[in-house]
Design a protein. Structure first.
Length: 513
């Protein structure tokens, strides 16, 4: 519906409420000028109607009762555009914060329930063009603001290794479906660890690419400086294959550099990793909530890398311990500004916008803000207080400190080819109770982020692979590399995978019992 100018009485009220100090005798002149100005809004709407996308007719369904035991499926489809290509015959599920045209997208939240995008995300277009079959959308955490798997609507996502435990988030369904063997591959999103957390908890491979390597166009943003999309798979080779398909320039995404040289990540795995230098980050171990079983399993994984010819030594990066605090400020104030007040996209950047999503979500959440999850409500309350009292100066400070954090890792990466540490400090915890105390909701959502979130700020590539099992639950080994050296990260991951003879899946482990 076209914009309507306010009547004179509403205009006068806005002037008073805004304490603009406009003389009553001048209000009519302001009102007439605003009416003329708003004519441009109507012109823009008329022009845009000529290029506005129209959603294609695509079949989809909700999972049948009894066929969604993990709570991981949001929507099921069978989309295939070509029968040949590098992903021909492979099934892929898309995190439900990524647009698939003609298929509902909920982003785990009542605030977007009922929305159907009209355009495919760029990664979806590339997957379909490579022969993949998209078999549905995977449940994610509510607006992706949780590293647990308990805030998603309509319900939690369960870990395939133990259904009483969390699958991790926010790409909760993506990790669970890959680990359970229900799909071959998944697209995940990562703003604070949301690819790596579910991959680590579910015992699969999750690669957060270098920031800007994979276009985010068509993903529901949180804060454009930390938005990432990437693969979740069962093997490193599949992660490299998927990355080769989805990486590359997209003129619609200003998060990307002007030039990205194409890389065949699968071919890169053929290069030997022998002799590569591995820096074992001491600050990644023995943290306040670290489980000894996790640290021991990852230390053992480092010994495995040594046994196949990689050189490993401890390295201290004290700034790693401050990354979580920087992320808290950037994600809270930045997320409030862009994801909430800016209706996901915000303004002031030259990217591709989704006007339909902006209007739908902006109108719906304002109709009933109580629909927000507890974690998003916390962001709103803390962020509004900070912005109202400090006016964004801490966001500016954190943004100015981000290069120092990146430089701390870069200095270590001048000495080593990759850095390693536990992906997470704990194994998958028991799911937070739906009627439990809000304190538990918060802790299960945020307790893991300080280990993963620094690399969303700095943009370094970071891949998690299963380091082993401890007490029947997976432990993740995180491998970090220089920006745009994703191939080196994947080479080390592949060397480890080969050394241990491949990664187990929960169904395989249960069959041994």
């Amino acid at each position: 519906m076209s914009i309507q100018p306010p009547d004179l009485a509403a205009f006068a009220k806005a002037a008073v409420d805004g304490e603009l100090g406009i003389k009553e005798s001048d209000l009519a002149a302001y009102h007439a000028a605003a009416e003329g100005l708003l004519g441009s809004w109507r012109t823009v709407e008329e022009l845009y109607s000529e290029i506005a996308p129209i959603a294609p007719k695509r079949s989809w369904s909700r999972p049948a009762a009894g066929d969604n035991g993990l709570g991981a499926w949001s929507v099921q489809t069978q989309l295939q555009e070509v029968s040949s290509g590098p992903l021909a015959g492979r099934t892929v599920v898309i995190k439900d914060n990524v647009s698939v045209a003609g298929v509902p997208m909920m982003n785990g939240s009542r605030t977007l329930e009922g929305f159907v995008p009209s355009e495919d995300a760029t990664v979806v277009t590339r997957l379909l063009g490579a022969g993949a079959t998209i078999v549905g959308k995977a449940v994610c955490e509510d607006l992706c603001f949780s590293g647990g798997s308990h805030t998603s609507k309509p319900g939690p996502v369960r870990n395939p290794w133990n259904h009483a435990h969390a699958s991790g988030g926010s790409s909760s369904g993506s990790g669970a479906l890959v680990a359970a063997g229900e799909v071959d591959m998944a697209i995940g999103g990562d703003q604070g660890g949301s690819i790596r957390i579910p991959a680590a908890f579910c015992g699969v491979v999750g690669h957060k690419p270098t920031h800007g390597l994979v276009p985010y166009t068509g993903g529901f943003p949180i804060e454009q400086s930390i938005d990432h999309l990437g693969p979740i798979t069962r093997t490193v080779t599949d992660a490299a294959l998927m990355l080769s398909v989805i990486a590359g320039r997209d003129e619609k995404d200003p998060r990307q550099p002007d030039r990205i040289d194409p890389v065949d990540y699968v071919a890169a795995l053929g290069e030997s990793a022998k002799g590569l230098r591995v820096g074992v980050v001491t600050e990644g171990f023995g943290r306040e909530n670290s489980e000894p079983e996790v640290d021991d399993t990852v230390r053992s994984a480092v010994e495995t890398l040594r046994s196949v010819g990689l050189q490993a030594a401890d390295v201290s990066i004290p700034w790693h311990l401050y990354g979580g605090a920087l992320w808290d400020v950037l994600a809270t104030e930045g997320g409030l500004s862009q994801m909430i007040d800016g209706n996901a996209y915000g303004m002031n950047w030259k990217g591709h916008y989704d006007p339909q999503l902006i209007e739908y979500y902006g109108r719906k959440w304002r109709s009933d803000p109580s629909m927000f999850s507890e974690t998003v409500k916390l962001v709103i309350l803390a962020g509004r207080h900070a912005l109202a009292t400090q006016h964004g100066r801490h966001y500016a400070m954190a943004r100015n400190l981000a290069p120092r954090l990146a430089a701390a890792y870069d200095d270590a990466l001048d000495q080593y080819d990759v850095l390693v540490m536990p992906t997470l400090t704990t194994r998958a915890p028991v799911l937070a109770a739906p009627d439990g105390p809000v304190e538990e909701t918060f802790s299960r959502a945020f307790e893991m982020l300080p280990q993963t979130s620094p690399f969303d700020i700095t943009g370094h590539p970071a891949c998690t692979v299963p380091a082993g099992l401890a007490g029947g639950l997976p432990v993740g080994l995180m491998i970090i590399g220089k920006r745009f050296h994703d191939a080196t990260v994947l080479r080390v991951a592949h060397a480890f995978e080969n050394a241990v003879g491949g990664f187990p899946l929960p169904i395989q482990e249960r069959s041994k019992a």
